[in-house]
Design a protein around this ligand. Structure first.
Ligand code: 4AD
Length: 436
């Protein structure tokens, strides 16, 4: 029976004869001996030494089962074990033109992502992504939220028509979901606090380092909630995930970016809260300049949306995330509830990550008044017909409620201090990339 490399490390089997299955990650052939680094299906690696007579046909990425005696060797890579091989079973001899080597451009690695997933970097990214998803599930499970799966082929926009992907739906037109929010909203009436991690799609025409055309969207919705409690839920969830990463994924984070661990250690709660108005005042006091629609430069003012540059300016000297609340109603989507204490603002909240990373989550309290919601939908030029079902939620038993959406890739990009969101995505989808 073959073992995994992690089992070998756990069980002290020095001296025993064991078999391991995996792929030839590195290969150094000498006259008598051949040195192999074997990678198993969990991405762990171990050093193995074989008589060269057994290894003549081996190539990088050939799949094999190797059998031999386990030795402790403090000089050996990863864990200090080495296998002295005396038998090799070959599953497949890989072609000699394997395109991934030591040095490749980022573009080549993306072109061959189906193979570059086998690099140490992408193995660690994959493990960290998996851990992050698991810790999210654990948190919602313990807190008693119900996980749901929403439809992804939909009839209407949630986040504006400009980024909708159209699909042919039999003899009709439909769209790929930009956000599961409206469906989550429909579920709180009978399933209580609900959440999901589902793909969201945005036809983003901008080529930026923080936008994908398809991303993993963690969204949650809860009845009878106010803005301050919604903020606490997000803070609690995010801090909990980060604490677990620090506890259980130090190895992956350290491999991917040593600086990140120090930065994660510096995060503390409560995360700062600032109103949009105070954020604008702060930016104006720093003489922050934006370009208007005609490309003219001017100071930022109340009513301007916070874009990547203004978010960078606001967060560049911070070490923990910051919540920005009470945005002007007109720059937020139709579903945002008007602030009863100040009609020009909406009860929306965005979470901005520190060190200039900017928005990682967006949400707030939903407009629960039918006539106000209809008015906002008219102003947003939505086709009300496509939203009759959504309006029914306000017609039959409307309640105060709210929720948020957290971009998993944005979150991971910040945790790892990576520039480009594509680096934390296994198969990135952008305007210029749909393969592999
Ligand atoms: O701010 P957004 O557009 O809000 C919504 O979709 C709400 N309906 C969510 C809700 O309240 N349930 O998106 C939420 C988050 C952003 O903060 C960002 O992290 C991520 O989704 N996001 C993207 N991530 C990668 N690429 C894109 N193109 C993204 N667009 C949004």
């Amino acid at each position: 029976m073959f073992k995994r490399i992690s089992d070998v490390r756990k069980e002290n089997e020095v001296g025993a004869t064991i078999s391991l299955r995996g792929w030839i990650h590195r290969l150094r052939k000498q006259k008598e001996k051949t040195f192999i680094i074997l990678r198993d299906d969990r991405g762990d690696i171990i050093q193995a030494v074989c008589p060269s007579s057994l290894c003549e046909e081996l190539t990088i990425e050939s799949s094999v089962e190797i059998t031999g005696r386990l030795k402790k060797d403090s000089r050996a890579l990863e864990g200090g074990y080495e296998l002295k091989v005396d038998e090799i079973l070959v599953f497949n001899i890989a072609a000699t033109d394997y395109p991934i080597g030591e040095y490749q451009s980022d573009e080549t690695l993306l072109d061959y992502r189906h193979l570059s997933l086998r690099t140490r970097k992408m193995i660690n990214v994959g493990k960290l992504r998996g851990a992050l998803l698991k810790y999210s599930r654990d948190w919602f499970g313990i807190e008693g939220w119900m996980e749901i799966t929403p439809p992804l082929i939909v009839k209407g926009a949630v986040e504006g028509g400009a980024t909708l992907f159209e699909v042919k739906y039999f003899d009709n037109t439909a769209y790929l979901s930009q956000s599961s929010q409206l469906y989550l909203e429909s579920m709180i009436y009978s399933l209580g606090p609900v959440w999901t991690i589902s793909p969201s799609f945005r036809a983003e025409r901008s080529r930026t380092i923080r936008h994908l055309a398809e991303f993993s969207h963690l969204e949650a919705e809860i009845p009878w909630i106010g803005l301050s409690d919604l903020i606490l839920i997000q803070e609690n969830l995010i801090y909990n995930i980060i604490s677990k990463i620090k506890l259980y994924n130090k190895k992956e984070v350290e491999f991917l970016n040593k600086d990140s661990l120090t930065k994660l250690e510096a995060i503390s709660t409560p995360f700062e809260r600032i109103s949009y108005e105070n954020a604008i005042d702060k930016l104006r006091s720093q003489e922050f300049i934006i370009k208007d629609e005609e490309d003219k430069k001017r100071f930022i003012e109340w009513g301007d949306d916070l874009n990547i540059e203004s978010e960078r300016e606001l967060t560049k000297d911070m070490t923990s995330p910051i919540f920005v609340t009470d945005y002007p109603l007109e720059i937020k989507p139709f579903y945002v509830k008007q602030n009863p204490e100040d009609e020009s603002t909406g009860l929306a909240v965005d979470l901005l990550a520190p060190y200039g990373f900017g928005e990682i989550s967006g949400g707030g309290i939903r407009e629960d008044d039918l006539s106000k919601l209809k008015k906002r939908m008219h102003q947003s030029k939505l086709n009300i017909e496509d939203y009759t079902w959504y309006l029914d939620l306000r017609k039959y038993g409307s309640v105060p409620h709210g929720g948020f959406g957290l971009g998993i890739e944005r979150f991971l990009r910040w945790i790892l201090n990576f520039d480009d969101i594509k680096d934390v995505t296994l198969f990135p989808r952008t305007m210029s990339r749909i393969l592999p």
